[in-house]
Design a protein around this ligand. Structure first.
Ligand code: FMN
Length: 317
C-alpha cells in the first residue's frame, strides 16, 4: 500500500520517552507516536507536565501526540494549552482504557455508554481548543452497539482523527478484534479513521488492511512491542532483513542502559524491562522458556546475564 501510515499506540508503563527515543534510534517505519495517558492536570503548571515525558527537548513535537485520560473539559483545555505552549500540534483523548478502576468511573471506555456526556464534553472543548484534537476509542464498554450514537456525536465535531480499537471494554485485551464491525462503521464516520488491533505480522496486516480499505492509517500495538521490525517489514524497508538478531540485541541493551541512567542505577528499571520482555519473548523460539527465566529476576546482574543467555541460546523467529 503506497500511502499507508503507521503509528505506535501508547502503552502505560512501557512506551515512555526513553522507550520512544531508543526505539526511533534503532527502528524505522513508524510515522507517529502517542504518549501513554496523562491524568490529574489540575493547574496551569502541573508537575507531570514538566518532566521529560512531555519536554520538547526530549520529544519530537511534530510526530508525538500527547494523550489525556479525563472526563473534565476544563482539564482537557488546560492540558491542550500547555501542550500547545510546548509546541505540540495535537492532543488525543483516551476513550479506550478498559480497566475497571478507570472505566467504572465513566473514564476511558467507561464513557462510551453516555453519548450525551461526550457531546457536552466535546462541545465545551471545541469552543476553545487551539490545536488538533483526536480521540481513541473502542466499540463500547458493555456492548459493541454503544459506538453508534457516539459516532453521531463525533460527527458533529472536527476531530483530527478517530482511532478505533474494535473490542469492547469488558473484553479487556482478550478475544479477537472485530474487524468486520469496524468495516461496517467506516461509511458512517466523518473523521479521518485509524484502525488499531491485532496487527501482529505482515500477514495479519495484509488481511486487515485489505478488509478495511480505503482506511490506510494503522496503529500498531503489542505486535510491534513483540517484533520491533514489524513496521519495517510491513513497509518492506531494505534494512528490515539485515542483522536482525544483532539489531534487536543492541536495542534491548541500549534501552536498558538508558533506563538505568535515568533511574540512577536503581533496580526499579527491571519492572519496565520485564514488561517489555513479556511481549518481546514472542520474537524468539521457546518464548515460555524465556519468560520463565526473565519474570523471576530481581537483580540487575541476573537480568544482564539472562539477556545474554537468551541471545546466545535462542533463535529469532
Ligand atoms: C499494558 C497496556 C497499557 C496500555 N496503555 C495505553 C494508554 O496509556 N493509552 C491508550 O490509548 N492505550 C493503551 N493501551 C492500548 C494499546 O495502545 C492498544 O490500543 C492495544 O494494545 C490494542 O492494540 P493491539 O491489539 O495492536 O495491541 C495499553 C495496552 C496495554 C496492554
Amino acid at each position: 500500500m503506497e500511502n499507508v501510515k503507521l503509528s505506535l499506540g501508547p502503552f502505560q508503563g512501557i512506551t515512555d520517552a526513553p522507550f520512544r527515543n531508543v526505539f526511533k534510534k534503532h527502528f524505522g517505519g513508524i510515522d507517529k507516536f502517542y504518549t501513554p495517558f496523562f491524568t490529574g492536570i489540575q493547574k496551569d503548571h502541573a508537575k507531570n507536565m514538566q518532566g521529560e515525558e512531555i519536554d520538547p527537548r526530549c520529544n519530537d513535537v511534530e510526530t508525538l501526540t500527547p494523550q489525556i485520560l479525563s472526563t473534565d473539559a476544563e482539564e482537557m483545555l488546560r492540558f491542550a494549552s500547555q501542550c500547545k505552549a510546548l509546541g505540540y500540534k495535537e492532543i488525543n483523548l483516551n476513550m479506550g482504557c478498559p480497566f475497571p478502576r478507570v472505566a467504572n468511573k465513566k473514564r476511558g471506555c467507561g464513557l462510551l455508554p453516555y453519548p450525551e456526556k461526550i457531546d457536552a464534553l466535546l462541545g465545551r472543548v471545541f469552543e476553545e481548543i487551539g490545536l488538533k484534537f483526536s480521540v481513541k476509542c473502542r466499540l463500547g464498554y458493555f456492548s459493541p452497539d454503544e459506538i453508534v450514537p457516539v459516532i453521531e456525536v463525533f460527527n458533529q465535531y472536527p476531530l483530527s482523527e478517530l482511532i478505533i480499537h474494535p473490542r469492547i471494554g469488558k473484553q479487556l485485551y482478550k478475544g479477537e478484534a472485530d474487524v468486520q464491525r469496524f468495516v461496517e462503521l467506516i461509511p458512517t464516520i466523518k473523521a479521518p479513521l485509524v484502525y488499531n488491533g491485532d496487527i501482529v505480522s505482515v500477514g495479519s496486516f495484509e488481511r486487515i488492511s485489505d478488509q478495511v480499505k480505503p482506511v490506510h492509517e494503522f496503529m500498531l500495538g503489542r505486535g510491534l512491542l513483540a517484533n520491533p521490525f514489524l513496521a519495517e517489514d510491513i513497509r518492506v524497508m531494505p534494512q528490515a532483513t539485515m542483522n536482525r538478531t544483532e539489531r534487536l540485541h543492541d536495542y534491548v541493551n541500549d534501552l536498558y542502559e538508558d533506563r538505568l541512567r535515568h533511574a540512577g542505577g536503581s533496580p526499579k528499571v527491571l519492572g519496565r524491562m520485564k514488561e517489555l520482555w513479556s511481549y518481546l519473548m514472542h520474537s524468539f523460539d521457546e518464548p515460555q522458556d524465556i519468560w520463565r527465566k526473565i519474570k523471576k529476576i530481581n537483580a540487575l546482574k541476573e537480568y544482564e546475564e539472562a539477556v545474554e543467555t537468551v541471545f546466545r541460546n535462542h533463535t529469532l523467529i
